[in-house]
Design a protein around this ligand. Structure first.
Ligand code: AMP
Length: 186
């Protein structure tokens, strides 16, 4: 049976870092929608050209784009043993589309790992990352928009997955090592 996970949490919660570690340990792909979109922007593809403005402003790129990219990615042969999706779904429409993909492909969702952390802590981390990585959307205005988008569009998904009985909450205010140890118990 394949092992499929979703990592959910606010920007700067550390879910990307942990998704990478767990994916490597389980030998399954780490699918970061943000990384996929940044690669499209870098290639200046048609998708990248459409997505760029939304990303730089900290807004969600249109659902139909991310849904299509996700469907394509999880259909690749390397996803057969399982996968970790990080940064998708981020809206109810995306979550409904993903539920349908799982149903159509007869996949089982093992767990949604929710990274719980205060906004104050994540803003600190994002500003630090801005200095280190220089991401175009790690400036104060885009960070604020990303939090607003998270609160309005993504936070409701916690309830969606709780109702499905899939939500597992992680205290993400701790160190990378401590969180990693929790995830290793999965
Ligand atoms: P991330 O690297 O996950 O923080 O994503 C960076 C940016 O990519 C986000 O601020 C959005 O503009 C865009 N993005 C990533 N994932 C999604 C998604 N599931 N839906 C819409 N936009 C997304």
């Amino acid at each position: 049976m394949s092992r499929n996970f979703i990592f959910l949490g606010p920007p700067g919660s550390g879910k990307g870092t942990q998704a990478k570690v767990l994916a490597e340990r389980l030998g399954i792909p780490h699918i970061s929608l943000g990384d996929i979109l940044r690669a499209e922007v870098k290639q200046n593809s048609a998708i990248g050209q459409r997505a760029k403005e939304f990303m730089n402003a900290g807004k969600l790129v249109p659902d139909e784009l991310t849904i299509e990219l996700t469907e394509k990615r999880i259909s690749q042969p390397d996803c057969r043993p399982g996968f970790i999706i990080d940064g998708f779904p981020r809206s109810t429409a995306q979550a409904d589309a993903l539920d349908k993909m799982f149903k159509d492909k007869k996949l089982a969702l093992e767990a949604v790992i929710y990274f719980h952390v205060s906004e104050e802590e994540t803003v600190k981390r994002l500003l630090l990352r801005a200095e280190i990585e220089g991401r175009a959307d790690d400036n104060a205005s885009a960070i604020r928009t990303r939090f607003e988008v998270y609160e309005k569009s993504t936070r409701p998904l916690i309830e969606h997955y709780k109702k499905m009985g899939k939500l597992k909450e992680i205290d993400a205010a701790r160190t990378i090592e401590e969180i990693g140890r929790d995830l290793a118990k999965l």
